[in-house]
Design a binder for this molecule. Structure first.
Ligand code: 8YV
Length: 306
């Protein structure tokens, strides 16, 4: 008999047919009245904030299979108490997320968004050449959190002849420059690239004190979680041109974005879509299914968060 699982958010709609091959599936977005006590598995994306009453409503829940590598949207304390296993989808998204970090870095440096508009609104014809942009060649990039995505990003940035440094809890076995002190790194680099995990350990890690140390020629790129940055402090420093620009894939209260960010021309905004390619999302769906299958067979998913 197939296990009953619940898919939580419409982001998973496209892959419903894949889950249906192996499980009896209901979806939170259907109009159908659901009996929450039936489901043994719950699948959520990294964007889905699990309401706390859902843990209680789902009395048979055995596993939360994340359609993401990040798991800051899951209350691990409750899961531990209720003996709910939690799995995620690392590795399959690493390349695309690192690529997006690089895309944002290059786009903000070469002023792609304003350049595109410069052509569209005929400024090129009327005013002549646009303002010069910034080269990334030989520039210093500081990575906050050298995990799988940070490491992959470093390799790609190195290929652009960038000088790599990183900040994290411990020095790793590589040739990159290590900073134990984030403020010192913020002061040293031309690009601060945030790739660390979200959650309470990194909440507002990039605060006013860190931002104050950045140079007025430097840029900030965030593909981690909006919670890692004190967004009001960032807006203040961007407005005052203490930082040259920011390119952001994630936001504090996404998908609602602080209106002040929308008014700035020294930012590039991306809708939390770093893993949003056909290829990677398909692999994430397949891996989240494999996690469920292995859990139901062997009591342990392939990638265990808890
Ligand atoms: C997705 C993510 O955008 O993996 C993560 O942690 O945030 C992203 O891959 C998100 O999970 C959509 O499902």
């Amino acid at each position: 008999m197939k296990q009953k699982i619940l898919l939580a958010d419409p982001l998973l709609k496209k892959y419903l047919f894949l889950y249906q091959k192996y499980f009896e599936v209901d979806t939170l977005w259907s109009k159908k009245k659901l009996n929450y006590n039936e489901y043994e598995g719950l699948v959520v994306s990294g964007l889905f904030k699990i309401p706390s009453n859902l843990y209680n409503k789902m009395s048979k829940l055995k596993i939360i299979s994340l359609f993401s590598v990040g798991f800051d949207n899951v209350n691990l304390d409750i899961c531990k108490k209720k003996n709910i296993s939690v799995s995620n989808t690392p590795k399959v998204l690493t390349n695309d997320v690192a690529d997006l970090a690089l895309t944002l870095l290059l786009s903000i440096s070469r002023n792609i968004y304003n350049a595109h508009n410069y052509v569209l609104n005929n400024s090129w014809e009327k005013k002549g050449p646009m303002d010069l942009t910034d080269s990334v060649n030989k520039k210093k990039v500081g990575i906050v959190g050298l995990g799988q995505i940070g490491k992959k990003f470093a390799i790609k940035a190195k290929a652009l002849n960038m000088d790599i440094s990183y900040f994290g809890p411990s020095k790793k076995n590589n040739n990159y420059k290590y900073f134990k002190n984030l403020k010192k790194m913020a002061n040293y680099i031309d690009y601060l690239v945030i790739t660390c995990a979200g959650g309470k350990n990194t909440h507002n890690l990039i605060n006013n004190e860190v931002l104050k140390c950045m140079k007025n020629t430097s840029y900030l790129i965030n593909i981690s979680r909006g919670t890692v940055i004190d967004e009001n402090a960032l807006i203040y420093h961007l407005n005052n041109k203490n930082i040259k620009g920011a390119a952001l894939d994630v936001f504090k209260s996404e998908p609602k974005i602080n209106y002040k960010l929308k008014k700035m021309n020294n930012v590039i905004l991306y809708p939390h879509h770093a893993s949003g390619t056909h290829e990677t999302r398909r692999e994430m769906a397949e891996l989240s299914i494999k996690n469920l299958i292995q859990y139901f067979k062997k009591g342990k998913p392939i990638y265990t968060v808890l």
